[in-house]
Every structure is written in C-alpha cells, then in structure tokens.
Design a protein around this ligand. Structure first.
Ligand SMILES: *[C@@H]1O[C@H](CO)[C@@H](O)[C@H](O)[C@H]1NC(C)=O
Ligand SMILES: *[C@@H]1O[C@H](CO)[C@@H](O)[C@H](O)[C@H]1NC(C)=O
Ligand SMILES: *[C@@H]1O[C@H](CO)[C@@H](O)[C@H](O)[C@H]1NC(C)=O
Length: 208
C-alpha cells in the first residue's frame, strides 16, 4: 500500500535527473543554433509561406497580380488578390506571388513595378516594415528607400517617387477569409473538410 507513494517519489527523482541532463546538453546545442543560422541564409527550402491580401490605403481595394500587370483594384476575396507570401525563417524579407497567376511582385532598377514568373531575382524581394500608424509598408530589398505603392487609380507608383510616409505605400494585411460570407464559408470549407475527414476515418465497409 505504501508502494504507491514511494514509486511516485522515484518517478519524481527520475525526472529531476533527466532535467539536469537536459540542461547540460543545452550548452552543446548552441553549436546547432549556429548551424541553423548559417544554413538558413542560403537554403531556400527553409522559407515559411503565408497567404494574405494586401489592402491599399489609397484605393480601399486590394493588390492584385494579374501577370506582368499589378494594380490595387482587387476585390476582397478576388482570386487575383490572394497573395502567397514567402518569408525567410529569420527576418522580414518577403517574396510576394499571386496565387492565381504565379507571378511575383518585382521592382526593376527604374523603380517600375512589374510581375515576374521567376522570383529568385533580388528585385523581387521586399522588406516588411510595420509603421507606427499600424499600416505595413514594403520596401524594395535591393533599392533601399523605394516602396511598393499605388496611386488613387490603383496604378503602381514608381519606386523612386515614393517615401514611407505617403499613404500610397500603406497597406493592411488581411486574412483572405476575413470577409467571406460566414454561411458560404461554412458550406465550402467546413463541410468539405468534415466530409473528407469522415471518409478517412470511416472503416472500409467491405471489411466489416
Ligand atoms: C556559422 O557562422 C559563425 C559566424 O559567422 C561561425 O563562427 C560559425 O563557425 C559558423 N558555424 C558553422 C557550423 O558553419
Ligand atoms: C531566375 O533568375 C535567376 C536570377 O536572375 C537566374 O539565375 C535563374 O537562372 C533564373 N531561372 C530561370 C528558371 O529562369
Ligand atoms: C495601433 O494598434 C494598437 C493596438 O491595436 C493601438 O493601441 C493603437 O492605438 C494603434 N495606433 C494607431 C495610430 O492607430
């Protein structure tokens, strides 16, 4: 009967020992951290991918990537407004691709905004900046001080004519599902997922 408490104490001691062992091994993991950092810089496969929309402060619409042509006249939930944003594990450098068109947003040496299929060029990398006014700005990683921006008609602005304080370069990142009609969403995502899961979980009727 007293076997239970003493077993409990034994287990506790066991964990205590394990804890100290872990503490020790923690030090050697510093090297591993270095390795990861060094490894990450040139390893493209370590990127994270998010999907969002970019709401433009000037047009009240969303950035859409039609192909080579990019504008800020996209509707909320429009298929060309869905952006696939690739981020390095460390840092705020992003590559932004249109989910539908597959073209990346790039800024050439003249500051012109253009869509490119090959996004590996440094001209297609932007730095996310979170501004005090809670808007997000995207500065060209290659041409520092030049921003992604759109005028009131939704046309892209030349990077050389932008500054961080202009409304034209202010965006809000928005969840693609943000404004989808709740019933529509329920019908198309939740139910589909559930049916698929149910199908997977259901045992094969023939074996029963
Ligand atoms: C990683 O980089 C640091 C600093 O440049 C260097 O000291 C270290 O030896 C590197 N580690 C590996 C595993 O390459
Ligand atoms: C993409 O662009 C990079 C850099 O500009 C170049 O090295 C690479 O060959 C290009 N890839 C393709 C598939 O065109
Ligand atoms: C930015 O967002 C924070 C947190 O939601 C809020 O407290 C702050 O007032 C906002 N700032 C502006 C300028 O809207």
């Amino acid at each position: 009967m007293s076997g239970l408490p003493s077993r409990f104490i034994y287990v506790c001691l066991h964990f205590l020992v394990l804890y100290f062992q872990l503490q020790e091994s923690h030090q050697s993991s510093a090297d591993f951290r270095f390795y990861i950092e060094n490894h990450t810089r040139d390893d493209v496969s370590r990127k994270q991918v998010r999907i969002y929309q970019l709401y433009s402060r000037t047009t009240g619409k969303h950035v859409q990537i039609l192909g080579k042509k990019i504008n800020a006249n996209g509707d909320d939930g429009g298929k060309y407004a869905l952006l696939v944003v690739e981020t390095e594990t460390f840092g705020s450098h992003v590559r932004i691709k249109g989910k539908e068109s597959g073209y990346y947003i790039c800024m050439d040496k003249n500051g012109k905004i253009i869509g490119k299929l090959n996004g590996s060029n440094p001209e297609c990398v932007f730095v996310e900046e979170f501004l005090e006014n809670n808007y997000t700005a995207l500065m060209s990683a290659k041409f520092k001080g030049w921003y992604l921006g759109f005028n009131r008609k939704g046309r892209p602005k030349k990077g050389s004519r932008t500054t961080q304080t202009q409304q034209e370069v202010h965006f809000m990142k928005r969840d693609p599902k943000g404004k989808v009609d709740p019933q529509e969403e329920f019908r198309f995502t939740t139910v589909t997922k559930r049916t698929r899961r149910a199908r997977r979980l259901r045992p094969n009727p023939k074996t029963n």
